[in-house]
Design a protein around this ligand. Sequence first.
Ligand code: EPU
Length: 412
Amino acid sequence: MKRLGGEIEISGMKNSALPIVYSTLLINGKCTVDNIPFVNDVMLSLQILKHLGAKVDIINSSCVEIDTTDISLCEPPMELVRQMRASYYLMGAQLGRFGTAHVCYPGGDDFGMRPIDQHIKGFESLGAKVNVSGGYIDIEAPNGLSGANVFFDVVSVGATVNVILAAVKTEGVTIIESAAREPHIVDLANFLNTCGAQISGAGTDTIKITGVKELHGSNYTIVPDMIEAGTYMVAAAVAGGRVKINNIIPKHLESISAKLLEMNVTVEEMDDYVIVSREGELSSCNIKTLPYPGFPTDMQPQFAAALCYANGVSHISEGVWDNRFRYIDELRCMGANIDVSGRNATIKGRPLSLTGAAVRAIDIRAGAAMIIAALGASGRTEIAGVEVIERGYVDIVGKLSAVGADVFKLGE
Ligand code: EPU
């Protein structure tokens, strides 16, 4: 096993960039979005915007200018929409801009059931009529939308975003109860507020939106990606050594840092960077994933990979998705001893260790978990589906090899 050493720069948050990109559909004018991660899902979203008539100029490796002044209401191409889940932000964005939306059902990672009932409930609370048939979602507001109280039955990032998008230019006051509190919700609200929106309470479970007539262009910088940072923190924990992870917001990483400390990893937090190092052996721990500020489900596979190398038995309970353990079979190919029962996994770690194997990246975070597993394994691991990992990570191969990991893309 090769120990890691050096520094990694964290990119902007994918799950902020996606709603922010779609929200520009509501704006009359040009927006400059900085610290944007040009991962595959963001590139696809920009392509969708271009199809709708937006002018998209990539200024440099982390900055884009988007002008949606001349967009028209037309159907976005199904082959693009079907490649990711975030394309469902088109529903809220088109509804907010045109008072109507016609979008095909989104694609994205398979975590079991991924219903959109809460999105629909939110749109209906604002006065829209929603019809789902033949793989399409049709939303109309024959009498216009009006501000209302929206009560979600489940905490949903996507539904919270969609209601914000639909309500931001809707007359009256909309109050979202049981809103998601993730930093990406706060980032979207901050972006829209710089464009003239009136959104308060983002980051709490009650968000208030006072509708405004128009939104104008602005310049905005996306917050750092806490899941990308967390992924490299876990990579450093497994490989050992000392890695400085730059451009982070430590507050967003609290639940991740706390778990690593439990696992006998040293985490030194500074204002905008964190240093992760490990000398002794990893200890087992128990994890339950929850909506923010709980432990993020998007870090669950990476920690599962790390816990294969920990002393003792660890338990993971998945509290967000029905079926987020499909990747466990890939870890088993490497020799992992993991039992899964419903939403619970039991991982038996050392003295067992993993060996390299041919595995697959079955979704973005599961793919990152395979890289982490491979860093600790003896022998060579080949991971098929690197393009899946690149849906969510900017240059993961380059960033890891810069700190000494023996990782490269086959065929390059
Ligand atoms: N849910 C419903 N009804 C709905 C919507 C959601 O029952 O109408 C349920 C889901 O089935 C799930 C829970 O609510 O059990 C949470 O789903 P949520 O809507 O919050 O998920 P999402 O918005 O589709 C985003 C991220 C995911 C991340 C989840 C949870 C984006 C683009 N995706 O998905 O990120 O796992 O929130 O934090 O923001 C990733 O980045 O790799 C990723 C999968």
